[in-house]
Design a protein around this ligand. Structure first.
Ligand code: ADP
Length: 476
């Protein structure tokens, strides 16, 4: 199964190239995997085009049966799937299990939701005319996803696209191919016809180019960095490829003075360091009201310094390694710059002495920062928690909104008026009020500004993979 999956067959890359997949917790080899290129992608698109002729004309009820069976298989095999996700991503086993449960739910939910892709009948201004609007699948879609959620990211797009009646050429991250291969295998075992879902791992730029160049690939759904999102936007004009983009974030968290400091700090540390901060909606910039700043910083430091670091397989571990050496280096570089800014690191920010193998960093809490600190402007994607203080609502809204990102923001207060005014003035696609998880299978997830375009999950996520068609009948 550690191969490409094209037209219903597991196979090598055409160039016979393979690469080594390394365990980020131990730096040991897990396995090797084929490394696909442009030609593999073109072949996959061809098969997906052929498969679309049939799949695009199946009923949503037929597709739902396959997707729900896939959900059941994932649930049945969850121990094996979660174990492989820990191996390739380093995340704690409990998080990996939870992620696979959500992936299963996505397949089940979209299987059902596609049955409700209702169109509409529009009254016309002529007696001899009738007009209606229907939804149809877009066609072949490319799905390029990042490594931070090896199952959730692909499942969100694959489930919606397949439920809509699209066929898929998927390119998950080369860092986490095992989870994606398990998912392809579950779909295939559930009766998905050959060519409907094709899986490529390999040369990202070459595969991306093949997708953008091929007129038969109608849309790319991308989850990853703003940098690559822009490359895809530039290339999309070549064959008018439609795009859905889930890009970076730099989420502000506004903690007002009326909260239970200890409770919010405890939950915040869990939220900030979930998946080691490698989450696009990760709460990043903490703006804490000056009246509680000191006690909040103390409580946070206590909580964070007690967090348990280690192998994702060990009981009680809250933080695994970062995904790669490169990712850890980029976070260590941020910490170095923060030191240069003369900020105070209250805990962490270094490589633990007992973990020289694996890409570990101790979670950090930082104060004494200027508003233009790197921790306020750059998406960190790592375990660093900066605290800034504020005094008024106007001031903090201005600071929170002063970013090119617009994915998610968080507000903590017990005052209804403050909560409503703050949430309505924040320029972000998702706002959590007293809530660290403002997302769900049934909820629209999408960013404003440079955090992306389009939505994933919820009914909005389904329509991303469908085209609206007007059918007008005259001469009646
Ligand atoms: P990260 O740096 O966090 O991995 P990326 O945006 O680079 O985020 O990666 C997200 C996904 O985009 C991965 O599957 C990666 O392989 C892919 N990718 C990287 N570069 C390109 C590119 N030029 N064209 C298409 N996909 C790309």
């Amino acid at each position: 199964m550690n191969e490409l999956f094209i037209n219903g067959q597991w196979m090598e890359a055409q160039g016979r190239k393979r690469y080594e997949l390394v365990n980020p917790a131990t730096e040991e080899l897990i396995t090797t995997f084929p490394f696909a290129g442009n030609a593999d992608c073109l072949a996959a698109i061809g098969h997906a085009e052929t498969a679309f002729e049939q799949w695009g004309r199946t009923t949503p009820y037929f597709r739902a049966e396959i997707l729900k069976k896939t959900a059941d298989l994932i649930r049945k095999d969850i121990d094996i799937l979660a174990r492989d996700m820990v191996l390739e991503s380093g995340k704690p086993l409990l998080e990996a299990r939870g992620e696979w449960m959500v992936a299963a739910n996505l397949f089940e939910w979209y299987g059902e939701e596609a049955k409700r892709a209702y169109g509409k009948v529009i009254p016309t201004n002529r007696l001899d005319k009738r007009s209606s609007v229907i939804w149809q699948p877009i066609g072949v879609v490319g799905v390029i996803t990042a490594w931070n959620f090896p199952a959730y990211n692909p499942a969100r797009s694959w489930a919606a696209a397949l439920a809509a009646g699209c066929t898929v050429v998927a390119k998950p991250s080369e860092n986490t191919p095992l989870s994606a291969a398990h998912m392809a295998s579950a779909l295939s075992a559930s009766g998905l016809p050959p060519g409907v879902l094709n899986l490529l791992i390999g040369d990202a730029a070459a595969i991306g180019d093949a997708m953008l160049d091929h007129p038969g690939l109608r849309k790319i759904s991308f989850t990853g960095s703003t940098r690559v999102g822009k490359i895809l936007m530039d290339g999309a004009s070549r064959t008018h490829t439609r795009l859905s983009l889930e890009l970076g974030g730099n989420a502000p968290v506004i903690v007002f003075g009326d909260v239970d400091v200890e409770a919010v700090a405890k939950a915040a540390s869990g939220a900030r360091f979930r998946n080691n901060g490698q989450v696009c909606t990760a709460p990043q910039r903490f703006y804490v009201h000056e009246s509680i700043f000191k006690s909040f910083a103390e409580s946070m430091t206590r909580q964070v310094s007690a967090m348990q670091l280690g192998s994702g397989f060990d009981e009680g571990v809250q933080l695994g390694p970062l995904i790669t050496q490169k990712q850890r280096d980029s976070v260590l570089e941020v910490v170095r710059q923060v030191r240069e800014e003369k900020a105070s690191i209250l805990t962490g920010g270094d490589v633990p002495a007992d973990r020289q193998k694996g890409y570990f960093i101790r979670p950090a809490v930082v104060i004494d920062l200027k508003d233009d600190s790197i921790l306020a402007t750059k998406e960190i994607f790592g375990p660093v928690l900066p605290l800034f203080s504020f005094s008024t609502l106007d001031e903090v809204i201005g600071k929170a909104n002063s970013t090119e990102y617009g994915l998610s923001a968080y507000v903590f207060t017990n005052d209804l008026k403050t909560a409503i005014h703050a949430s309505e003035r924040l320029n972000f696609g998702i706002v959590g009020i007293n809530e660290w998880a403002p997302h769900g299978t049934e909820l629209p997830f999408g960013g404003w500004k440079q955090s992306g375009q389009g939505h994933e999950s919820g009914s909005e996520g389904l329509f991303e993979y469908m085209e609206k068609k007007l059918i007008s009948i005259g001469g009646l």
